[in-house]
Design a protein around this ligand. Structure first.
Ligand SMILES: [Zn+2]
Length: 154
C-alpha cells in the first residue's frame, strides 16, 4: 500500500485488515471517526454490520449507519434499555405536555365563555318577529278560509 491518501477506513484500521477499493465500511466510517466504528462494532459486531449494509441498497446505507451509531451509543450509555429508554422518556414528556395543553385549552374555553358571552343584539331579536312573517301567515289563513273559493262557486 503506497500513498493512498487517507489510509484505511476506521473499520479496517480497527480490524487490522487491508482497506480495499470498494470497502463497504469506507464511505460510512472514515478514518477520523474511529470511535463511531468502535461503538458500532462493540454492540453489533463488524460482521453483522457488514451483512446489514450488504442487504441494503446504497441509498439507504447512510441512514442505516446513522441509526446503528445512535442505537449503539444509547446502548453503551444504557445497557438495559438502550434507545428504548430515551424513547420512553421522551414519550412520557409528550404525554405530560399533551395533558398540560388539554388543561390550558379547557381553561381558555372556560374563560371565553365567561368573559365574552354577550346577549344577541336587538336587531336579530326584531327579525324573528318581523311584520313580514306575520303578514305572510295572515295571507295563508285567508286563502284557507272559504272566502276565495266562494267567489268561484257561484
Ligand atoms: Zn475499509
Amino acid at each position: 500500500m503506497k500513498e493512498r491518501g487517507k489510509g484505511p477506513c476506521a473499520g479496517c484500521k480497527l480490524l487490522r485488515r487491508k482497506c480495499v477499493k470498494d470497502c463497504i465500511f469506507a464511505p460510512y466510517f472514515p478514518a477520523e471517526e474511529s470511535q463511531k466504528f468502535l461503538t458500532v462494532h462493540k454492540i453489533f459486531g463488524a460482521s453483522n454490520v457488514t451483512k446489514m449494509l450488504q442487504e441494503l441498497p446504497e441509498s439507504q446505507r447512510t441512514d442505516a449507519v446513522s441509526a446503528m451509531a445512535y442505537e449503539a451509543n444509547a446502548r453503551v450509555r444504557d445497557p438495559v434499555y438502550g434507545c428504548v429508554g430515551a424513547i420512553s422518556s421522551l414519550q412520557s414528556q409528550v404525554d405530560s405536555l399533551q395533558a398540560q395543553l388539554a388543561l390550558a385549552q379547557a381553561e381558555l374555553l372556560q374563560f371565553r365563555l365567561l368573559h365574552h358571552h354577550r346577549p344577541p343584539p336587538p336587531s336579530s331579536v326584531a327579525a324573528v318577529n318581523s311584520p313580514t312573517s306575520k303578514h305572510l301567515s295572515a295571507v295563508n289563513l285567508s286563502c284557507d278560509g272559504g272566502a276565495g273559493d266562494s267567489l268561484w262557486s257561484y
